[in-house]
Design a protein around this ligand. Structure first.
Ligand SMILES: *Cc1c(COP(=O)(O)O)cnc(C)c1O
Length: 349
C-alpha cells in the first residue's frame, strides 16, 4: 500500500503563529486529541513545542502522558477525561493539569493527590449547556466551595475555570457565555481568584473576541481544518497541513485504480460525489472499494502517478472540510478516519 498522509510541519507552525496572533493576548492551548487529529501526536507536539507552544490539550491521560514524554517538563498539559484510579495516579506522576466536571471525581483526585503527597492542578468545569461532563449550575456553588476548601488544605491547586461551547449558533453560545460568567463570579465569591479562564475552541476563538478570555483551546484551525459552513481557510489565513496521497496502480480504460479504499478511511459515501487532484487537474472519484478506488482517467495517465484525495498542492485541490460538506460531516471526521495503516510522512524546511 503506497497511500500516505503528508504532514507539512512548516504549515503547522505558520497556522500556530496565525492563531496566536489572532487571539493574543489570550494564550493558545493546542488540542492534540485523537493522535493530533490523525496527523501523528509526537511530531506535531514536538514541532509545536519548538514553535513556543506551552499548553497542550490532550483529552485523556494516556495522551497527556505521551505529550509529557515528547516535550519534557516545561509544558503545561491539560487532560479532561480521567477514567480510572490508575489514570489519576499516572496524571499526578506526570504533573498533568486535570479538568474536573464532577464532584466525585474531585474527591478522587484529592485522594490520589494525598496518597502521592503532591498537589494536583485542576481546572473546574461548568456545564454551560452542552451536557457533556460538566457541573450543572445548580450544583456549582457547592462544588466550588468544596474545591476552595481542598485548595486551602493544600491538596489541590485550583488554577482554572472552563467550559466547552457548541459553536453552532451565536445565540446559544451567548447564552452559554452568560452561564460561564455567572460561574466565574461564584468561584470568585468563594475565594478562587486569578483563575485561567478558557471557553472557546477554533471557531469562536476567531469569530468572537469576547470568548477568548485567558486562553483558547484550538485544534482544527491549527491543522488548517476550517469549520464546515464557515469561512474559507484562505480567509482565516490558515493552510491545511495534511495531504492524503495515493498512487495509481493500474490504468483500466477510462478509469485509473488507486490503492486507497474504505479500509484506509476513505468514506464510501464520497463515491461519485467528490473529485481528487491529479497531474491533469480535478477528476471524479468513481468508485470506492475495500482497498482501492477508481478515478476518472486523464490523458497520459500511468501507474505510479500520484493523486491527492485532499489537501494542498495538487491540481484540483479539495480540503478535508470540502469532502466533509459533501457528506454532511465535519473536516475533523475526514482527517480522523485516515487509518493508522496509512503511513505519515513529515516535511519541514
Ligand atoms: C476538541 C476540543 C477542542 C478543540 O476544538 P476545535 O474545534 O478542534 O478547535 C477544545 N475543547 C475541547 C473540550 C475539545 O474537546
Amino acid at each position: 500500500m503506497t497511500a500516505r498522509l503528508h504532514v507539512d510541519l512548516d504549515a503547522l507552525e505558520a497556522n500556530i503563529a496565525r492563531v496566536r496572533a489572532t487571539v493574543s493576548p489570550a494564550e493558545l492551548m493546542l488540542v492534540v486529541k485523537d493522535d493530533a487529529y490523525g496527523h501523528g501526536l509526537e511530531p506535531v507536539v514536538r514541532a509545536a513545542s519548538g514553535a513556543g507552544v506551552v499548553w497542550f490539550g490532550a483529552f485523556d491521560v494516556r495522551t497527556a502522558c505521551a505529550v509529557r514524554e515528547a516535550v519534557g517538563e516545561d509544558a503545561r498539559i491539560f487532560a479532561w477525561i480521567a477514567a480510572s484510579r490508575g489514570d489519576l495516579e499516572a496524571a499526578v506522576a506526570a504533573r498533568i493539569d486535570l479538568g474536573v466536571g464532577d464532584a466525585d471525581l474531585l474527591e478522587e483526585i484529592a485522594d490520589a493527590a494525598r496518597d502521592a503527597g503532591s498537589r494536583v492542578r485542576v481546572h473546574l468545569k461548568i456545564d454551560t449547556g452542552l451536557h457533556r461532563n460538566g457541573v450543572r449550575p445548580e450544583q456549582w456553588p457547592g462544588f466550588v466551595s468544596r474545591a476552595a476548601a481542598l485548595h486551602s488544605e493544600g491538596v489541590i491547586d485550583v488554577v482554572g475555570i472552563w467550559s466547552h461551547i457548541a459553536e453552532a449558533s451565536d445565540a446559544e453560545d451567548d447564552e452559554a457565555r452568560g452561564v460561564y460568567e455567572w460561574a466565574l463570579a461564584e468561584a470568585e465569591a468563594v475565594g478562587l481568584r486569578r483563575m485561567t479562564r478558557h471557553l472557546a475552541a477554533s471557531a469562536a476563538s476567531f469569530a468572537r473576541p469576547e470568548f477568548r478570555y485567558d486562553m483558547v483551546r484550538v485544534g482544527a484551525f491549527c491543522y488548517g481544518i476550517r469549520s464546515a459552513g464557515g469561512p474559507s481557510a484562505d480567509d482565516l489565513g490558515l493552510r491545511p497541513i495534511g495531504t492524503l496521497h495515493a498512487d495509481v496502480v493500474e490504468v483500466a480504460g477510462q478509469y485509473v485504480r488507486v490503492d486507497l479504499g474504505w479500509l484506509h478511511g476513505l468514506p464510501s459515501s464520497l463515491r461519485l460525489r467528490s473529485s481528487v487532484g491529479t497531474p491533469a487537474g480535478s477528476r471524479q472519484l468513481i468508485d470506492i472499494g475495500r482497498s482501492d478506488s477508481l478515478v476518472a482517467s486523464w490523458p497520459g495517465a500511468g501507474a505510479g502517478d500520484t493523486v491527492a484525495i485532499y489537501g494542498p498542492g495538487a491540481a484540483g485541490e479539495v480540503s478535508a472540510t470540502d469532502l466533509a460538506e459533501l457528506i454532511g460531516t465535519i473536516g475533523e471526521e475526514i482527517a480522523l478516519r485516515v487509518s493508522p495503516l496509512v503511513e505519515r510522512r513529515y516535511t519541514r524546511r
